[in-house]
Ligand binder design. Structure first.
Ligand code: SF4
Length: 487
C-alpha cells in the first residue's frame, strides 16, 4: 500500500499504544507537548550512551555515522556496508513498505544476520517486542536474511569494576516471529488512520502504559476531580469501574473496596479528613529523640564505583534534622562534589548526623534502608554503625496509609501529596529543584558534568539541591507533629 505517510519503529509503537497519540505526533510534530524536556532528554542521552557502549561489546563493526534525519544517505551507506560484508553495522538503516527502521546493531552471521536491539533497561519488557518485530518485518521485506533477533539489555548482576558481563543478549527470535502475522494489518490500519481525521479514542489505562502519553493534558482536561482512576491502587487504571458506569469515587458503593480505598471513598463522599482510632498506638514506634532523614541518589546505568550494579541507587546527598536535648532541631546535610566515590565520606557524615537519635524517621523508609545497607557493604569499616541506623528506621508512610485519609491526597501517599493536605503552608512550589527525579538529574550533572558549568552555576545548583533535600526532612518534622495532633 503506497501512502503519503511514513511509519518508523517509534511511530509504530506509539500507534500500538494509541491511534490518537500517533495521529497527533504525525500531524502536529511541533506540538508543545512533544518538546523534549530536560528529564526526558537525560533519559535519551543515557540511552545513547548505553547504545554507544553496547557497540564495543559487538566489536569490529562500522557506524552509519550520518545525521538521524539524513534518511537517504543513511540507507545508501547501509547498503554499501552490506555489500562490503561489514562484520557488524551500527545504526543500519532501511526503508520498506512505508516504514523506516534503524537497527541498533546488525551483526553478520555468515550469509545471514543477527538483528540486535539495544535497550538501557535491565530486563526484557513486553513493549520491546513490537519494536524488534517491526524491524524484522522491514528487513525481511527487502530480502535481508535474519537468523536471530536479540534484545541486548543491561545486566543487574554485573558489578563494577568487572564490566565484562555488562550486557545480556536475549534471544527473542520466536517472540518477534510470533508477531509477524499481525503486522501487515496493524501497519495498514495505522496508515489508513493517519490519512483520515483525528481518531476518537476514549481515555483509559493505555494513556499511561507502556509510556506516559504526552497528550494527557488534552485528553484528560475535562476529567472531574476524584475520577475513579485516582482510586488508591485501582486495577487497570479504573477502566473496569468506568465500564461499570462509575465516573467518580463519590459514586462508588462501599462493597468490594480495600480498607484504604473505602476510607478514600468515605473521605471523598463526606469531603472530610478521616482519622482511624489506632493512630496514637501506631505513633508510639516514633520514640524520641528523633532524627529525620532523607537521601537523594543517582542511579547510573553504567556503574563507575566499586561494587555498584547498573541503576544501583547510590546516596550522594542527605539531609538530617535531629532533635537535641534542649528541644530544638539540629540540621545536618552533606552533598557530593565531583565524580569520585562519595560513599565513604557520606557514610561518616551520616553516622555523625544520626548519633544520639533513638528513632530515625524516613518517609517510605524501604528506600533509605536499601541505600544504607548498600552503603554498609561499600564502607565495611562503618558497617555496624550504618546497620544500626537501618535498625532504628521508622516510617510514617504506612502509618498515614492505614489511619489517615484526606480527600486532597487524590489516591497517593507520597510526601508531596500528603503534606499540603495535612500541613498547609509553604511547600515545594517555589523551589528550583522540587521533586526526586529532577534532583537526581541535577546531582548527576553537578557530579559528572560540573566542569562544563561556571562556578556560579554550580553554586546555584548545589544550593537548590540542599534547599530541596532540607525541605523534605523539615516536611517530615511538620508531618509527624500534625499526626500527633490528630491522634
Ligand atoms: S491521553 Fe490517552 S487517549 Fe489521549 S492521545 Fe494519549 S493515550 Fe491517546
Amino acid at each position: 500500500m503506497a501512502s503519503s505517510y511514513r511509519l518508523s519503529k517509534s511511530r509504530f509503537t506509539a500507534g500500538l499504544q494509541c491511534h490518537k497519540l500517533l495521529w497527533w505526533r504525525v500531524h502536529e510534530p511541533d506540538a508543545p507537548e512533544l518538546v523534549v524536556g530536560a528529564a526526558q532528554q537525560a533519559i535519551f542521552d543515557q540511552g545513547t550512551r548505553v547504545g554507544e557502549v553496547a557497540r564495543t561489546y559487538v566489536p569490529g563493526g562500522e557506524l552509519v555515522d550520518l545525521p538521524h534525519d539524513a534518511f537517504a544517505g543513511r540507507i545508501s551507506m547501509t547498503l554499501e556496508l552490506l555489500a562490503r560484508q561489514a562484520r557488524a553495522i551500527y545504526e543500519a538503516s532501511f526503508f520498506a513498505g512505508d516504514i523506516y527502521a534503524a537497527v541498533d546493531i546488525l551483526e553478520r552471521d555468515g550469509d545471514r544476520h543477527h538483528l540486535i536491539e539495544v535497550k538501557s533497561s535491565t530486563k526484557l519488557k513486553a513493549e520491546h517486542l513490537p519494536d524488534v518485530a517491526i524491524q524484522l518485518h522491514v528487513l525481511r521485506s527487502i530480502g535481508i536474511d535474519v537468523s536471530r533477533v536479540e534484545l541486548m539489555h543491561l545486566n543487574r548482576g554485573c558489578a563494577y569494576p568487572n564490566l565484562e558481563d555488562l550486557f545480556v543478549r536475549e534471544d527473542v527470535t520466536a517472540d518477534a516471529e510470533a508477531l509477524q502475522a499481525d503486522l501487515p494489518e496493524l501497519i495498514v490500519g495505522q496508515l489508513r488512520m493517519l490519512a483520515g481525521g483525528l481518531p476518537d479514542v476514549p481515555i483509559g489505562d493505555h494513556c499511561g502504559k507502556p509510556y506516559e502519553c504526552p497528550f494527557l493534558g488534552r485528553c484528560w482536561r475535562d476529567v472531574p476531580e476524584h475520577h475513579v482512576s485516582t482510586l488508591y491502587r485501582v486495577r487497570n487504571g479504573g477502566d473496569d469501574l468506568i465500564a461499570r458506569g462509575f465516573e467518580t469515587i463519590a459514586e462508588l458503593p462501599s462493597g468490594g473496596l480495600s480498607p484504604v480505598q473505602d476510607r478514600q471513598r468515605l473521605a471523598v463522599q463526606t469531603g472530610r479528613l478521616i482519622v482511624e482510632p489506632g493512630l496514637a498506638r501506631a505513633l508510639r514506634a516514633f520514640e524520641e529523640p528523633l532524627a529525620f532523614l532523607d537521601f537523594e541518589t543517582v542511579g547510573l546505568a553504567i556503574p563507575v564505583w566499586d561494587g555498584c550494579h547498573p541503576y544501583d541507587q547510590v546516596p550522594v546527598q542527605f539531609s538530617c534534622d535531629r532533635q537535641v536535648p534542649d528541644g530544638t532541631i539540629a540540621h545536618h546535610e552533606w552533598i557530593a562534589d565531583g565524580p569520585g566515590d562519595p560513599r565513604p565520606e557520606l557514610a561518616r557524615a551520616l553516622v555523625a548526623a544520626c548519633r544520639g537519635a533513638r528513632t530515625v524517621v524516613a518517609y517510605n523508609a524501604g528506600f533509605e534502608r536499601g541505600c544504607i545497607e548498600r552503603l554498609a557493604d561499600a564502607v565495611p569499616q562503618l558497617a555496624d554503625d550504618l546497620l544500626d541506623i537501618a535498625a532504628r528506621l521508622a516510617d510514617p508512610l504506612p502509618v498515614v496509609r492505614e489511619h489517615v485519609y484526606h480527600p486532597d491526597f487524590h489516591g497517593s501517599f507520597s510526601l508531596k501529596a500528603v503534606l499540603p493536605a495535612l500541613v498547609p503552608g509553604p511547600g515545594y512550589e517555589e523551589l528550583e529543584v522540587a521533586e526526586g527525579a529532577t534532583a537526581s538529574l541535577a546531582l548527576d550533572r553537578l557530579m559528572f558534568r560540573g566542569d562544563a558549568m561556571t562556578a556560579d552555576e554550580r553554586q546555584r545548583l548545589r544550593d537548590a539541591l540542599l534547599r530541596y533535600c532540607a525541605l523534605d526532612t523539615m516536611s517530615m518534622v511538620r508531618l509527624l507533629e500534625r499526626l500527633r495532633e490528630l491522634a
